[in-house]
Every structure is written in structure tokens, then in C-alpha cells.
Design a protein around this ligand. Structure first.
Ligand SMILES: [Zn+2]
Length: 233
């Protein structure tokens, strides 16, 4: 009776086509969220293989980071941008989980996550989280955790200030604007740990900078950073 099921499946997908969230083409029966063409051809930065990559350099002189990398380039019209938008604004949380899984396979096999103890998503301010209903970075983290087996900590760092958009500020203004945005809520839980901080997109780096400087106040903490997209030029 498989043929009958397949026929029914084809009929349903004719009425309600499932589309790739990256390019908009119709998905085949065995594809999920992302078509095979996009899966293969989304440009990877491979920054996890280059310690002195542009994302790592972004933090030079700003905060002490062990390692930093991003999965893909986040540009206007790029497929990774479409995916992140579907995750954040359409609420397709599975996209975060899948992207986390896809990236973690490369991170794990290259040894990037070998000495990491715990994964920590960049927290949203509680009021923003309430409006969106979820934190996209937690879903990316869950995907990374699934592949690496590392635990996720969403409790020990909290966002206490809802900051305005950083886009139009100068670096100096941004620097003065990032102090005291986050607070460690449980220093016992992270003391002596190497934390992998997870964000969806890295642009100016000021959010990460603020997180890292707060986390480094705890004894013997080390921080590495990953994001799915980077808009660093
Ligand atoms: Zn596609």
C-alpha cells in the first residue's frame, strides 16, 4: 500500500507544497526545511579552521576570546539570511536546530569543540523573549549539543538591559553602550569552565563583547564564540 501513501503524499504536496526556507524551491519528499542544493552550496566560511579569522579579529583588543567562528556569510539576499529570518520572524524553530546540527558536525570533526565544557546561548531580554516566544540561539545551541554531546546552560547568564539597536552607532558609542547589559546569575555553575557562546548572527560584535566581559569576571572561565551568520567585512 506504499504506492497509495506516496500518491496521497504527492497530492497533498500539490495542494500545500513544502518549500525550501533558503531558496523557496519546492522540497522533494526526502528533503526537510532545506533543499539538497542549498545544503551543499550555502557558502561555508571555514573560519573554524583558521584561528586568526575575521570573526576572531573583530574581538581583538575588546575582549579575550579563545576561539571564534561563524558558519556562513550573512549578506542581503543570501540563503543563510532567509533561513535566519524564517527562524526568528516566522518562528520556524527547527531551522535553528538543523543549522546548529549542520555546523556542529564540522566543528566537532575539526576539534574546535574538543576542550569546551558547556554551550551557552546569548540570552534575550525577558521582555523580548516574551514577545518572540523563544530565543533562536537556544535552538541553535540544542542542535550543537545534539551532535557534540555537550550540555547547554541557559540559566547562568541573564540579559538585564534591553538595548536599542546598535546599527547606527559609532564603535565608541557602542562600546559605552554594551557595559552592564548582561549579568552572571550563577557563578558557581560556570567557574573554571570553557564556555561556547552561541549567537545567530555576529555583526558589530558588541553583544558578544558584553557577554564575554561579564562571563570573564568569574574565576578561570574561558570563552569561545560561534554564530551561524557573520556580517563582518
Ligand atoms: Zn533551497
Amino acid at each position: 500500500m506504499n504506492w497509495l501513501y506516496d500518491l496521497w503524499d504527492d497530492f497533498i504536496s500539490l495542494l500545500f507544497p513544502r518549500l525550501c526556507y533558503a531558496c523557496g524551491n519546492q522540497l522533494l519528499r526526502n528533503e526537510y526545511l532545506l533543499c539538497t542544493g542549498c545544503y551543499v552550496s550555502i557558502p561555508r566560511t571555514n573560519y573554524h579552521l583558521q584561528p586568526e579569522n575575521p570573526v576572531a579579529q573583530l574581538f581583538w583588543g575588546r575582549c579575550l576570546i579563545e576561539k571564534a567562528a561563524a558558519f556562513s556569510f550573512y549578506a542581503r539576499g543570501s540563503r543563510i539570511r532567509n533561513l535566519i529570518h524564517s527562524l526568528k520572524y516566522l518562528g520556524i524553530k527547527e531551522i535553528g536546530y538543523e543549522l546548529g546540527r549542520i555546523y556542529a558536525v564540522s566543528l566537532k570533526s575539526s576539534g574546535f569543540t574538543a576542550d569546551v565544557d558547556v554551550i551557552m546561548p546569548v540570552p534575550l531580554h525577558p521582555s523580548k523573549r516574551r514577545i518572540r516566544g523563544f530565543n533562536q540561539s537556544e535552538y541553535i545551541s540544542a542542535g550543537v549539543s545534539d551532535v557534540t554531546g555537550l550540555p547547554v546552560n541557559t540559566e547562568s547568564l541573564v540579559r538585564i538591559v534591553l538595548s536599542a539597536t546598535q546599527t547606527n552607532r559609532s564603535r565608541y558609542e557602542r562600546w559605552t553602550n554594551v557595559e552592564g547589559i548582561f549579568q552572571v546569575a550563577d557563578s558557581e555553575a560556570i567557574r573554571g569552565k570553557h564556555i561556547l557562546l552561541v549567537d545567530d548572527v555576529i555583526t558589530t560584535g558588541s553583544t558578544i563583547e558584553s557577554c564575554v566581559n561579564e562571563l570573564l569576571k568569574v574565576e578561570n572561565v574561558k570563552v569561545s564564540v560561534i554564530a551561524i551568520g557573520c556580517a563582518v567585512v
